[in-house]
Design a protein around this ligand. Sequence first.
Ligand SMILES: Cc1cc2nc3c(=O)[nH]c(=O)nc-3n(C[C@H](O)[C@H](O)[C@H](O)COP(=O)(O)OP(=O)(O)OC[C@H]3O[C@@H](n4cnc5c(N)ncnc54)[C@H](O)[C@@H]3O)c2cc1C
Length: 416
Amino acid sequence: MPTHHQVLIIGGGTAGIMVASQLIKQKKRTSVAIIEPADTHYYQAAWTLVGAGTYDYKDTARPMASVIPKEATWIKDKATGFDPENNTVRTASSGDITYDYLVVAPGLVYDMSLVPGLGEALDKGVVCSNYTDPDHTWKVIQEFKGGTALFTQPTTPIKCGGAPQKIMYLAEDHWAKNKAVRDKTEVVFATAGTIIFGVPQIAKTLMEVVDRKDINLRFGYQLKKVDGPNRIAWYAFADHMKEHNHKGVKTETDGDLTGIHFDMLHTAPPSTAPKFIQDSSLVNGTGWLDVDQYTMQHKKYDNIFGLGDVAGLPTAKTGAAIRKQVPIVVDNIDLLIGSDKMGKMAYNGYSSCPLVTGYGKMVLAEFDYDNKFTPDPKLKQMLISDSSKEHWRLWMLKKYILPYLYWNKMMRGKDV
Ligand SMILES: Cc1cc2nc3c(=O)[nH]c(=O)nc-3n(C[C@H](O)[C@H](O)[C@H](O)COP(=O)(O)OP(=O)(O)OC[C@H]3O[C@@H](n4cnc5c(N)ncnc54)[C@H](O)[C@@H]3O)c2cc1C
């Protein structure tokens, strides 16, 4: 007989732990189990600061056992597949597990094969990424002696879409302290996008930052492959290719591709849903979990919910988004268990991106599905009247307050 749990959660990351904690602490639901193979839980949002040498990597990690609520059952294993018609999840070594309600939250994975050469370049240390090894990024930034510093991102959805440019602003700030290095450096940001940020108020500030820092922006640049040994990033151009603040860095062409020669390269890796999700009947046409964008309920299976990075939602994949998704999922599951009906709460696509623009400076992009700027009224209590402008108090929020809230409130099922 397979083991059975009223609520089964796949993934003990930001989303999985928050759902479990709120179900237990706020709704007093006790038959909750989490399938999670890892020993360590990471507060990934601080990796940007680690990559800039202003936060200790070990402070971003805590034992998984310390964040899994003690009332929950921890199934230390990997989910490997689904039989949703029979309310069953398959696991690598714990057999089949059945559920009344399933929450799918295994995050995303990096698929280096989508940008040939990138995986090898990262392994050999030629390229750095805050997503995979932020301590290495800091080493690269410190050892950089000048040349072309290229910051880029893949064409797939990624975690925290602003992170590839945050580290650029911090790196430039670090180099600017040493005139000899900065004078010999061109900072280039190449992205497949059309603008620096989707929220107009934030984009305006960021363009001022870009001009102040004399950064070359290249839009419509689709990263196709990386030649680590020769230090060239190869791009195809989208129709909307355009440049801001051109710099004559060394480039070359090969057929339809244009290569930018770099002396250092930082990128986010191409990202997809985990393979066991992609191979299941739970995904939409683009391979992400097919959930309703307002209720987080699966579009085909009423007793399955999904949230976090794995969810196919038209908003940015962040922990901040998860903070607003969790109460919807928890409310809906609690009401379905208690009275077989769905709640009325709707997720409006809220996400947020703390855009650090230098040491001691930050802009806080908060927005919804329509890219409407939706600043938290609580910021006024911190004496921040306009979070679309750079502010040191926002930096303090990022470096000290948010990590505290994450570990002590969000992970423990308390409202923030
Ligand atoms: C460099 C960087 C900067 C970021 N900056 C910010 C920021 O400033 N603000 C912000 O809000 N967000 C930020 N984020 C994004 C944020 O960290 C993620 O959106 C968030 O952690 C996603 O939570 P999740 O639970 O969906 O996935 P994760 O937290 O990644 O957790 C997924 C969990 O599922 C487990 N799992 C995977 N496969 C299986 C399986 N088969 N079976 C069972 N379990 C499985 C994993 O072990 C993991 O524990 C950043 C991320 C990075 C990498």
